[in-house]
Design a protein around this ligand. Structure first.
Ligand SMILES: [Cu+2]
Length: 152
């Protein structure tokens, strides 16, 4: 009898522990990889690149970004037509389907980082706050690494 109740108590404790772990360590709905900023010296605008993976079951949308290191951040896409490159502001943001990813890379999607507030160096970390629709919390701080302007 005593052994049986001890086993019941143990099972209840284990179940409780598993529930607790599930509550405190949920899988992140998004993952941001290879976050980097190409250094442009002299106060000019810089570009930020990354890959955002949507692990959630919802459609999400990157709608904006801010950074303490820059006065203004916009979402742009470079479009090449007739051999000429131009940048288009993505006023509706960037939609990412469940299980899909958005790749920000040279000559494509990028964060346009304008009005740098201080001198940056290769190897520095820059915080950029990504703002989404479709997930909670809406704001995700991401550390971007400053890389040489010649890197891809
Ligand atoms: Cu741009």
């Amino acid at each position: 009898m005593k052994l049986a109740s001890a086993i019941v108590a143990l099972v209840v404790l284990l179940a409780g522990a598993l529930w607790w772990v599930g509550q405190v360590a949920p899988e992140s709905p998004i993952e941001v990889g290879n976050a980097r900023v190409r250094l442009v010296p002299g106060g000019g605008p810089m570009a930020g690149y990354m890959e955002i993976r949507n692990h959630s079951e919802d459609v999400i949308r990157l709608v904006g970004a801010t950074s303490p290191a820059f006065g203004n951040v916009m979402i742009h896409r470079t479009i090449v037509s007739d051999g000429r490159a131009r940048m288009e502001h993505q006023s509706d943001g960037v939609q990412i389907l469940p299980g899909d990813s958005a790749v920000f890379k040279p000559r494509d999607l990028h964060l346009m980082l304008m009005q740098p507030r201080g001198a940056l160096e290769v190897g520095d970390q820059v915080e950029i706050m990504l703002r989404f629709e479709g997930i909670a919390p809406a704001e995700w701080p991401v550390a971007f690494t400053v890389v040489p302007v010649t890197s891809q």
